[in-house]
Ligand binder design. Sequence first.
Ligand SMILES: [Zn+2]
Length: 213
Amino acid sequence: MARPVDLDPGTYAGTYKLVGGSLALDFANLVSYRGDHREHDWLDPPSNVSRWCAAVGLDAAVAEPPAELKRFREVTARTFLAIAEGARPTDADLSEIGARAAGVWARRRLRFPAEASAAEWVVSAASLSDEVAAAAAALLTSADALLRVSACSGCGWLFLDTSRNRRRQWCDPADCGNRARQRRHYERHAQSAQAKSRSSPRGAAASSQRSAT
Ligand SMILES: [Zn+2]
């Protein structure tokens, strides 16, 4: 389900994975632990952009300044994080996504390759942000898909929960899911050790001593 991508992590200890199930969500996930002290930006260094495009099968023909790419990534992230929380995206963000997506449509050309049995759309002169906007617009106009947009309880990465009961909690059960299991196990262990120490005479003596000081 979660596919690791060989992005340069710099000094960061984690791995970027494709967990979103949608180009727009995987693009928003190019920040790990957004808003947390562990936050990491996967668009640094800029060489990661072409590696990411190759991993998702995108051929972005128009280069963009890194700051612009990051700005639009946050538009995408804000939009879908709002939806994951049951809120509505802002009109300004929706309007930018819509304008970019409409631009992609306007630049589409139909071609019928010699060996093909059907014609296909070819996009010319699209930037990565435009391509992502088209995917984001497709997601935003599907009520069924929007119901499945969720954020990982551990790291905040977004994904489409395609499970039958929509109970998926983690970006990757082997990653955030595993850490949560380990944390629960540690907490249970710590609680039972505490309870044991309180019920033993030595522990009781020690704790009454502590409370006396
Ligand atoms: Zn996670």
